[in-house]
Ligand binder design. Structure first.
Ligand code: CU
Length: 120
């Protein structure tokens, strides 16, 4: 019922509307360090903010000496569980759900490391 040119135009328009509704996933890279201040260890920066669907690339390293230099980097909601020492280690995952998620140390449970904020 539509001429071929009109059908093509309709298809292109429809495709554009679908694409405009999508937020393209990006790659978010962070360099994070464990530091200790007055006996409390935590990750810096303490809050990482990304968008849902982003690939999160962390370069994690502790800035502590000797035995105390080894800590866990755990983001249970994204199945991340790594042991980090004072050499840089790459950790990658896709933030496929929105919310506020704790980042902790699985080796020393009382640590409250930091948080990942995934925006919708
Ligand atoms: Cu720890």
């Amino acid at each position: 019922m539509y001429p071929w040119g009109m059908k093509k135009l309709l298809l292109v328009s429809l495709f554009s509307v679908v694409l405009a509704g999508q937020t393209l996933a990006a790659e978010r890279a962070f360099r994070i360090y464990t530091v200790e201040i007055n006996g409390t260890k935590f990750w810096l920066p303490s809050t990482l903010v990304v968008k849902k669907g982003d690939k999160v690339k962390l370069e994690a390293q502790t800035r502590l000496e000797g035995q105390a230099s080894v800590h866990g980097l755990t983001v249970p909601d994204f199945n991340v569980r790594e042991v980090i020492d004072n050499k840089s280690k790459a950790v990658e995952f896709v933030a496929d759900k929105a919310g506020i998620f704790p980042i902790t140390c699985h080796m020393h449970p009382p640590h409250v490391g930091s948080q990942l904020v995934v925006l919708e």
